[in-house]
Design a protein around this ligand. Structure first.
Ligand SMILES: Cc1cc2nc3c(=O)[nH]c(=O)nc-3n(C[C@H](O)[C@H](O)[C@H](O)COP(=O)(O)OP(=O)(O)OC[C@H]3O[C@@H](n4cnc5c(N)ncnc54)[C@H](O)[C@@H]3O)c2cc1C
Length: 448
């Protein structure tokens, strides 16, 4: 009997296998995909993600951060592109603070190879979980030839993603709360290839955004000189995917809204009509610990990608689980409930923050009042670094619980609503209003 099983060898499952392997557990990881050491973990497409401090901390706890940093490109801020192609760089945090662009496939592979250094960690591919019988604690797996077999590990960790088969079985149980909601927006992955000399065609050290109010384009750099570009747009309506049903329509849309991106996208038509249009879902459920099973990562809390925190939150899950293993050893009966109690409020909070950041990215980043707020927040933070942290920095550059960051966002929204209404705030914020602003923002209820 395998001791511990992980269903889903994606980013969170693979990191979890490293943590469990480090503690000497015998671990079997089952994934429905073919062996991605042979096929590449993203099926040949270069898809990247933003990795920030929470994810890096989870990696550093198992000594992986240095290896991972070799796969990273630092992004120091947002590069905003307006309709005419004019650029405006907005730093993410203080000098020296950045988030990282990293290949999803490269990271998954590295985690798996690292886990495999432990002789008692094994990955099994083309093993699709078809269900979980809670009473009997039986995990049903089907291989590529359609043959079934059953596992009864001591514990099973479900990291099989947003459409988790393990969770689906639990959803049929009484008193299992489950909620999913889709955005009216979807996304499509596109690309900017490397320049002829192998370099980057646009600024490499930034996350590029073309905000257009109800839709937007973003681009993150890859190590090979390319960018992964993602169009987020409504499914329906004149600016939506449904209207982009011919090459002429796509050409006209990009010429109108993203002309300076279009000039770097020679493969636009092949990408646009070759890649799927995917939906964006938020999943909330509870409990995560059920009998001898535990849900984590996207299986327990899939969120929309606009804060770049889904993977980071999943890695933080693993880090917290690691801390609990330190505290309670192998006493899973203590670890599982403690884990879900600590993580659930934080997962709910980052789900909410991620939804709000969509509006910020596609609309507010081009709004002068929003930019003024950012400037004021940065100045207060510079004057009082120990007492005031902008919310973006809390989420991306600190380990303050997400739930505290959400509370702080509500507080800052309220106070900035007031500050931005003061007469001539645009010209007076940095001198005669400075003390009043400090008093308000550092006053009662401040998070730090
Ligand atoms: C467009 C987009 C952009 C994103 N950008 C960011 C970002 O910048 N930063 C960030 O932190 N997060 C980002 N995310 C979120 C991030 O991708 C997820 O949070 C992260 O992948 C979750 O990891 P996971 O291991 O829980 O799930 P997944 O990565 O989905 O892995 C699940 C694994 O389970 C396997 N599996 C699925 N079903 C079964 C089954 N029935 N049986 C066996 N195996 C199965 C799959 O093959 C896969 O290997 C983004 C998400 C999207 C959609």
């Amino acid at each position: 009997m395998s001791e511990l099983a992980i269903v889903g060898g994606g980013l969170v499952g693979a990191l979890l296998s490293v943590y469990l392997g480090e503690r000497g557990h015998r671990v079997d990881v089952y994934d429905k995909r073919p062996d991605f050491r042979k096929t590449g973990a993203s099926g040949g497409r270069s898809i990247n993600l933003a990795l920030s401090d929470r994810g890096l901390r989870a990696l550093s706890n198992v000594g992986l951060d240095d290896e991972v940093r070799k796969l990273c490109i630092p992004m120091h801020g947002r590069m905003i592109h307006d309709e005419k192609g004019a650029l405006n760089f907005q730093p993410y945090g203080k000098e020296g603070q950045f988030i990282n662009s990293i290949s999803r496939g490269g990271l998954n592979l590295l985690l798996m190879e690292y886990a495999n250094r432990h002789p008692h960690v094994d990955f099994h591919f083309e093993q699709s979980c078809e269900g979980y019988d809670l009473e009997e604690h039986r995990v049903l797996l089907r291989n590529a030839s359609g043959e079934d077999h059953v596992l009864q590990p001591k514990r099973v960790f479900a990291t099989d993603g947003a459409f988790s088969a393990m969770r689906y079985s639990l959803q049929k149980r009484p008193r299992f709360d489950y909620q999913q909601d889709y955005l009216a927006h979807g996304y499509k992955e596109l690309s900017i290839p490397p320049a002829p000399d192998g370099g980057w065609r646009i600024e490499k050290g930034a996350l590029h955004i073309w905000p257009r109010e109800s839709f937007m384009l973003i681009a993150l750099p890859n190590l090979d000189g390319s960018f992964t570009v993602t169009l987020f747009a409504p499914f329906a309506g004149p600016e939506g995917f449904d209207a982009l049903d011919s090459e002429a329509a796509v050409q006209a849309y990009f010429e109108k809204h993203f002309p300076d991106a279009l000039e770097h996208m020679p493969d636009l038509m092949a990408d646009f009509f070759g890649n799927p249009t995917s939906a964006l879902v938020t999943v909330r459920c509870y409990p995560w610990a059920y009998g001898r099973s535990l849900l984590l990562g996207d299986a327990s809390h899939a969120i929309v990608p606009f804060y770049g925190q889904g993977m980071n939150a999943g890695f933080e899950d693993v880090r917290v689980l690691g801390d609990l293993m330190e505290q309670f050893g192998d006493n899973w009966d203590r670890i599982f409930p403690a884990f879900e109690q600590e993580r659930k409020p934080n997962a709910d909070a980052i789900a909410e923050l991620a939804k709000r950041n969509f509006v910020e990215m596609r609309d507010h980043v081009a709004n002068p009042l929003f930019l003024l707020r950012k400037k004021i927040a940065a100045a207060v933070s510079e004057r009082h670094p120990d007492r005031f942290i902008p919310v973006y920095s809390m989420v991306s550059f600190s380990h303050i619980p997400y739930a505290d960051a959400l509370r702080e966002m509500d507080r800052q929204d309220r106070l900035f609503g007031e500050i931005l209404s003061w007469p001539e705030i645009e010209s007076r914020w940095d001198h005669d209003y400075a003390e009043r602003i400090d008093a308000l923002l550092l006053g009662e209820g401040a998070a730090v």
